[in-house]
Design a binder for this molecule. Sequence first.
Ligand code: ATP
Ligand code: GLN
Length: 154
Amino acid sequence: PVVRAESSTPEYFPDAKFYKVEAILRPWRIPQVSSALLKMGIRGVTVSDVRGFGSQGGSTERQAGSEFSEDKFLAKVKMEIVVSKEQVEAVIDKIIEEARTGEIGDGKIFLVPISDVIRVRTGERGDKGERMSGGQTDMFSTSEHLQVVDPSGK
Ligand code: ATP
Ligand code: GLN
């Protein structure tokens, strides 16, 4: 069955322009999650190999020991994605769609308000700092905007 995050129009608190979607997920689901995010125009993603336990605890998994570790902590991947507020729910729903098995240990998503985004190369802040070329905003920009870069010069 399709599982979605509860309530599609939540009021985040505290209010911010940008949020970090921080997802702790099964390592072997990461390729699937990241390619789906790429397809929807998410270009900026940070992943870290982490170890943790939740209600899954340290019990080994059915999946061929791929998450086995020496102690009670299991190998997980932390995926961090900073997006504008309007993109948060789509990212969350996509992560659930691609990462969910329905078994304990699927992980968790934390939503963190972000004060600002600064691009080191240019010093741009805010919307300009956050926007990625070829990103979701570009993908859904109006035809009027696209004509600006139309090589036919129209
Ligand atoms: P369930 O899988 O039943 O939903 P859960 O999400 O609480 O339970 P796990 O799925 O085992 O527990 O957790 C997956 C990973 O998410 C953990 O290995 C841990 O790294 C991280 N995690 C879960 N809950 C928290 C939390 N409250 N704080 C920090 N990290 C957490
Ligand atoms: N919000 C950005 C854009 O639309 C994408 C952000 C990201 O890829 N993390 O270009």
